[in-house]
Structure formats: C-alpha cells, structure tokens
Ligand binder design. Structure first.
Ligand SMILES: Cc1cc2nc3c(=O)[nH]c(=O)nc-3n(C[C@H](O)[C@H](O)[C@H](O)COP(=O)(O)OP(=O)(O)OC[C@H]3O[C@@H](n4cnc5c(N)ncnc54)[C@H](O)[C@@H]3O)c2cc1C
Length: 404
C-alpha cells in the first residue's frame, strides 16, 4: 500500500514539503488542501513588486499547475480543514472525511486584527496577507491619495515605499518608541527612518492609534490617542500576525504560541508534523516561531523527509530580507538579547551593516545593500570561527578571510 501524505495549508511550507515528499517517495499519495482559491504563491512580493503592479499573478505562483499534475500532487483549493481526528487519522473538510498516514500542518499565520469597534470594517481600511487583500487594496493606491499605515514593521514599511513610488501621501504611525523596535537595533531603525523620511514619508513614532473614523461606511480619518486626527483615503493595518494553531489545539495537539514541534518537526502526535509560520520550535535553548520564507522552506523539507521515514533534525540559521526603495536589507541570525551593535560600512557606496554581539558572540547582522557582509555573517554565525568586535569595527579588516 502506498503511503498517504496529507498537507493542510497552501503556502511556501506546504509546497516545499510536497516537493520533498515526492522526491523521496515516487508512489505515495500526496494531497495538499488550501482554503485559498489560488495555487500556492509567494507572499513576500505582496508588499513589494505585486502591490507595485510589477509582477503578474502567474509569476507569483510558487509552481505552475503543470508541476502539480506531473508530480501527481493532488490539490484541493478553496477547501478549509475544520477538524483533525488523530485517533482515526482523518481530517474533516466541507462535511467529508479525508484519511492520512502522515499529516503535515503548514497552516501558516493570519493577520493580527484590531479589536472590534475601532473602525477596521470601514471601506478603505485594509490588512495584508493574501492576493485577495492586494486585489482589494491595489485600486486605491492612487497618486495624491492619503495613506495612513498603522504599524512600523517590515510590511508597513514596504507598503510605505511602494505607496511613495506611486505618488501617495504617506503617514506611518508606530506605537512603540521607534519603527522596527521588536526586530532590530536602534541603529537599523535610524537607518530606515532616514530612508523613509528622505522619500517623503511622515513617520509618527511613539504615537498610538485610537480608531478609524468614517462617513457612510467609508474611511475619512484616523484618530490617534493624543487626539491628533489624520485625514485618510486609505489605511493599512500591519500590526503583526498570529499562528494558525487552532486546528491542532482543538485536536489535542500541544500548542503554545504555535504548534509545538521537536527537532524532527514532529508534534505531540507522532503522525502529525508542523512546519513554517505555524510551528514553534527550539532554537539555541529558546522556543521561537519564525515568520520567514527560508524557515518555511527548510523546516518543511526536514518535516517531509521525516514523514517519509528519515530522522533529520532541523537546525538552520534564521535569515530574512526586506526591500524598500532601492535598499535590500538582509538579516542573518536573530537579534535578541544583544548588548553591543557595531556599524560597519561596506565596500560599495551606501553599503552598511550592523553587527549584533551578545558578550563576545556574534549573533546577528543587518546588512543594507551589502550582500557580501550578509553572506560572510551568515557563515560566521553558522560556523565555528569566532570574530571579535575589534575586527568587525575595523572597516579595512577582511572578514571573508576568516572563513578560509
Ligand atoms: C506581505 C508579506 C511580506 C513578506 N515578506 C517577507 C520577506 O520579504 N522575506 C521573508 O522571508 N518572509 C516574508 N514574509 C513572510 C513569509 O511570507 C511567511 O513566513 C511564509 O509565507 C510562511 O509560509 P507558510 O507556508 O508557513 O504559511 P502561509 O504562507 O501563511 O500559508 C499557510 C496557508 O495555509 C492555509 N490554511 C490555514 N489554515 C487552513 C485550514 N484549516 N485549511 C486549509 N488551509 C488552511 C492559509 O490560508 C495559507 O494559504 C512576508 C509575509 C507577508 C504577508
């Protein structure tokens, strides 16, 4: 009997797992169920090239229809799995029951919404996670219109960049003291504040959103906690995401800020695995979730290998990127509990990197238009060669030489 592999989810993790499962098992039955109506697609361009209108939907797709057909991966789109029965090894969807031998939960995450009653139901207020969100928002991205963005994380900043290119009047409101506070050092926040200000974005940091105001169901302004009123034709709420772990929790699978997995990407049920944004795993002694494409790809590949009978441990160095105007930010490692940040200019004009140390240990690097710094840093963080703060601070020192 061929194995029945079932994947719930239609994002990056789901597709990477499907490809890996097929590569490892030519005869297995592989089914991918997604509640979105479109074939799995890349999310990063949604706040970049796709929103800018520079990328058509077919280029957004992770794989064309032909690939699924040729690889014999059955796709069930527009179908939501609403329960798992781990004893019977079935999932239920739309009144039917689908059996599995091994199940992968690649359910990703969803946008964190504002509490009800603050006006996010007004026409002109958007969230951003799916192509459907962009398709609704894009026609409003018109030169001269006023856009207010709530949240100064990567998605908010990327949308600000696209909106300025389109000639919109952009104000970004961030409740924390500085943009990117949750994910980066003040040096990196300063860099991006300057970048956005130089492109004409008004950044209001340390200012809390109060509510949206509208007439006849249509947005006209944003009220801040200090009473400031910002006129707005369009608003984007980008205040983070929440893991889609309800399906697992309701089935009795251990969850805490995501679906808890061990190093083999296995959940508390040995036949059920999880990968991508929804998975909570141990990394350097702490439990984390990563919301990044590289994590979704590699964790899903490891999960799939283990579903097919391997015993591989997942241990990747986190990395991430963001594009804003003509700046490519590449991040290696995780910037948490650092005590020193060293700025290091790159060889090319405008290239800059920020190196995060905890004690004497290099733990993360933010590289702005500095791919060599990013690549070197990644290898240094992954490897066993130590680099001192003094060497990093010496702009003339050849860090790549350390890797030889
Ligand atoms: C606008 C935006 C920009 C981003 N930019 C970057 C970037 O520059 N670099 C980077 O590394 N990362 C970026 N990310 C994050 C990255 O896209 C995610 O980390 C990655 O897509 C996670 O993939 P995933 O497969 O785990 O989850 P998702 O992409 O969230 O996919 C999960 C899928 O499962 C479906 N699903 C959930 N529950 C069910 C159910 N019960 N039944 C059926 N289907 C279900 C969901 O609808 C969804 O289609 C960005 C994300 C967004 C939204």
């Amino acid at each position: 009997m061929s194995q029945r592999f079932l994947i719930v989810g239609g994002g990056q993790a789901a597709v990477s797992a499907a490809a890996e499962l097929r590569a490892r098992d030519a005869t297995a039955q592989i089914m991918l169920i997604s509640d979105e109506d479109v074939l799995p697609y890349q999310r990063p361009p949604l706040s970049k090239a796709y929103l800018a209108g520079d990328m058509p939907l077919d280029r957004l797709l992770l794989r064309p229809r032909k690939w699924y057909d040729e690889a014999k991966i059955e796709t069930r789109l527009g179908l939501r799995v609403d329960a798992i029965d781990p004893q019977k090894k079935t999932v239920s969807a739309d009144g039917g029951s689908i059996p599995y031998d091994r199940l992968l939960l690649a359910t990703g995450s969803r946008v964190r919404r504002l509490p009800e009653g603050l006006g996010d139901d007004l026409a002109g207020v958007f969230y951003l996670r799916t192509t459907a969100h962009i398709d609704a928002m894009e026609p409003h991205m018109v030169a001269g219109k006023k856009l207010v963005i709530i949240g100064g994380g990567y998605v908010g900043l990327e949308v600000a960049a696209v909106a300025r290119k389109r000639g919109m009047d952009v104000t970004l409101v961030e409740a924390a003291e500085r943009i990117l506070q949750r994910v980066a050092a003040s040096e990196t926040s300063d860099y991006f504040r300057k970048l956005h200000s130089s492109h004409g974005v008004t950044l209001l940091e340390g200012q809390s959103f109060q509510r949206f105001e509208g007439d006849d169901g249509k947005l006209h302004s944003v009220m801040l906690a200090d009473g400031t009123i910002l006129e707005a034709d369009v608003a984007l709420v980008g205040i983070g995401v929440l893991p889609n772990d309800d399906l697992a929790c309701e089935a009795g699978i251990a969850c805490k800020n995501g679906i808890l997995v061990d190093e083999f990407c296995s959940t508390s049920d040995p036949n059920i695995f999880a990968a991508g944004d929804c998975a909570n795993f141990e990394h350097l002694g702490a439990r984390i979730r990563l919301e990044s494409v590289p994590n979704a790809i590699h964790q899903a590949e490891v999960a799939a290998a283990n579903m097919a009978g391997e015993q591989l441990a997942y241990a990747a160095t986190p990395w991430f990127w963001s594009d804003q105007y003509d700046v490519k930010l590449q991040i290696a490692g995780l910037a948490s509990s650092y005590d020193t940040v060293i700025r290091r200019p790159g060889r090319r004009e405008g290239a800059m990197s920020h190196w995060y140390f905890r004690g004497d240990e290099l733990i993360a690097v933010d590289a702005m238009n500095d791919a060599p710094a990013f690549m070197t840093a990644r290898k240094l963080i992954e490897g066993t060669v130590a680099v001192s703060k003094e060497v990093v601070a010496d702009a003339e020192a050849d860090l790549r030489g350390l890797l030889r």
